[in-house]
Design a protein around this ligand. Structure first.
Ligand code: BG6
Length: 609
């Protein structure tokens, strides 16, 4: 076993840390290290040897008053200085000491390497430092929220202490399967993996519970569940946005920033959740055993606005991959229609904010009727996340702009993971599973490719910004894409936009087509390609302008405008086909001088009736 010691207070931290390690020496180790924050920098000392060698390596004591320390008994990687804790991220902002084993360290390491992170050790622990730093860089407001979000992605056991050089007044501590105890003293706090390291400082100890996390400051500590659970007083409040979340960087507005964050957000929602060995998904936040997953006879997605349309994309994915009936319904309707709740249905409540009242009320209605519901939510600690008590966090980072983009994309990707999991406990073959896994791993790069086509989309937006109405048309997989595209245009440009199933066009809406009614047609290169192509021709035959969004090799003169996206696997194409529509709505609204992030009459999350 390894030893952990942490300190935050007003005394010099290094002697306390070294003395604590010495008292834990009996636990066996092969290397040791400590990190303190001094003059705004992390000072890290590590040796592949005994605590006494560390003491000698530290030398003259620094005046630092906060720090963490560790003695290591190697589990991942040989006992070398490079593998000794504390581990830090590339920018040396975050330091971590960890007892336990991360079971999905391999996936997380390869994901970080794909993101270009240079890993400095062979250990599992190092990934936590990088992931926490990534969370904070992506705008997560507090160290506690960043650690909690990362812990949704890791699988395994941990006794963990995290230190952020930018927050030298606190330590965040977490425990799952490996003991951690807090020592409470006047104006200072101690952390250790064993009371032995504390007892000569204080007799007031708090044994952190399994699945608990704590923020520890010199004069206080606050514990909360790692995975927010339903109800219960004194819950951690949803982390409010902090000043840095309003940091636009070099983006003109949040919507543009959040559209551009989609590749990184997609990597986060996939992190630690794909198992290419068994060609399936790991959704640690959903506590359903394989037998229970097999017992699910239907999946119903409930959400509002874009979350509802994402739910429709989710329903397609579940039907295609798991071959069980699935559908989506506006949560706002569901809650009022005295729904017939089926005990064998899995209900999925979808919400970026986790605060939309209609969706929260639908969850409560379901739970009153014995329905089984999981939450797919972005905001950790939000009401819907707590009410559901289990589910999938989106890890999109705070989404500020009213029009949902990166959260929407992460919702659809989360549903692909759920559909893959449900499929692989049924008849989806390993080969098919591997096909989806590799396509999902590839998706962030494909999203990046779509984003590079922004100038073309901007030109099309200029061409059509004068329209007073617009149709969005799609079939089957393309239908929810059309609905989301119409939603985006309505929300931020105020142009009337209507989505129709392309097959319905001839049964009425075609009457509206003339040169003043442009149509966007979603044209995936799939089994309905010819049908969608004839829809394009039907419209053009009546003088209707057409914008085609496609991954097929269509001729440039097929339509008045062609927005091209790369192919993924057919089931995942809706993720890529949606993104040009985000950019189209964005640039039309810009052309019209609209308030991009705060469109009139709307709210980011409607928490009232
Ligand atoms: C609406 C927003 O108010 O709420 C939409 O205008 C959003 O953009 C919908 O999709 C649902 O919000 P949430 O937070 O529940 O996903």
């Amino acid at each position: 076993m390894c030893g952990i010691v942490g300190y935050v207070g007003s005394q010099e931290a290094e002697p306390i840390l070294l003395e604590g390690l010495r008292r834990l020496e009996y636990r066996g180790y092969d290397s040791a290290g400590l990190a303190v924050v001094h003059r705004g920098r992390l000072q890290v000392h590590r040796v592949a040897g005994r605590v006494q060698e560390l003491r000698e390596e530290v030398g003259a004591v620094s005046p630092a008053v906060v720090g963490i320390a560790h003695t290591r008994w190697a589990t991942h990687g040989p006992p070398t200085v490079a593998n000794a804790h504390p581990h830090v991220d590339t920018a040396r902002r975050i330091a971590v000491v960890h007892n336990g084993i991360l079971e999905n360290a391999v996936q997380l390491r390869s994901r970080l390497q794909r993101e270009g992170v240079a890993l400095a050790s062979d250990t599992d622990t190092e990934v936590i430092a990088h992931l926490v730093a990534e969370q904070l860089e992506s705008g997560t407001a507090t160290l506690e929220a960043a650690v909690r979000a990362v812990l949704q992605e890791v699988q395994g056991t941990y006794g963990l202490v995290v230190l952020d050089v930018q927050r030298p007044g606190e330590l965040v501590v977490a425990r799952l399967g490996s003991p951690v105890v807090l020592g409470v003293s006047e104006g200072e706090m101690f952390v250790a993996s064993d009371v032995a390291a504390l007892v000569h400082h204080t007799q007031q100890v708090v044994h952190l519970g399994d699945g608990e996390l704590a923020t520890v400051r010199a004069g206080s500590y606050r514990t909360s569940p790692i995975a927010p659970v339903a109800g219960g007083a004194g819950e951690v409040e949803a982390s409010a946005l902090s000043a840095q979340d309003y940091d636009l960087g070099d983006h003109p507005d949040f919507m543009h920033k959040e559209i551009s964050e989609q590749p990184a957000a997609a990597r986060r929602v996939l992190g630690g959740r794909l198992d290419d060995r068994f060609a399936t998904a790991h959704l640690g936040g959903i506590r359903l055993e394989p037998r229970e997953l097999r017992g699910i006879r239907r999946v119903t997605f409930l959400g509002c606005g874009s979350a509802y349309y994402a739910g429709q994309m989710g329903a397609s994915l579940v039907e295609e991959l798991a071959r069980i009936p699935a559908d989506a319904e506006p949560a706002s309707e569901f809650r009022y229609r005295n729904p017939v709740v089926d005990p064998d249905t899995l209900y999925v409540a979808v919400s970026q904010s986790g605060e939309t009242l209609d969706t929260l009320m639908a969850v409560q209605e379901l739970q009153r009727k014995g329905g089984r519901v999981v939450g797919v939510v972005n905001a950790v600690g939000s009401a819907i996340a707590r009410q559901c008590g289990q589910g999938i966090f989106l890890h999109a980072g705070p989404e500020v702009s009213v029009a949902s983009t990166k959260a929407l994309t992460n919702m659809t990707i989360s549903f692909a993971l759920l559909a893959l999991l449900l499929g692989r406990v049924r008849d989806l073959s390993a080969a098919d599973g591997r096909r989806l896994v590799s396509a999902l791993l590839d998706l962030p790069d494909r999203i990046e490719e779509v984003l590079r086509s922004e100038p073309e989309v901007q030109a099309v937006a200029k061409q059509f910004a004068g329209a007073r109405h617009m149709f969005f048309l799609g079939r089957v997989r393309g239908w929810p894409v059309a609905r989301e595209g119409a939603q985006k245009l309505k929300e931020i440009s105020y142009i009337h936009a209507e989505a129709y199933q392309a097959s319905e066009l001839k049964h009425g809406p075609l009457a509206l087509i003339d040169s003043s009614m442009p149509s966007v047609v979603i044209l995936p290169d799939d089994e309905l390609y010819a049908k969608n192509l004839s829809t394009v021709e039907q419209i053009r035959a009546r003088g209707g302008p057409v914008i085609v969004v496609t991954n097929a090799d269509v001729p440039g003169d097929l339509a008045d405008a062609v927005l091209r996206v790369p192919r993924s696997e057919p089931e995942l194409d809706p993720v890529l086909l949606t993104i040009p529509l985000q950019l189209l709505a964005y640039h039309v609204a810009l052309e019209l001088g609209r308030d991009i992030d705060k469109p009139r009459n709307l709210a980011k999350s409607v928490t009232v009736e």
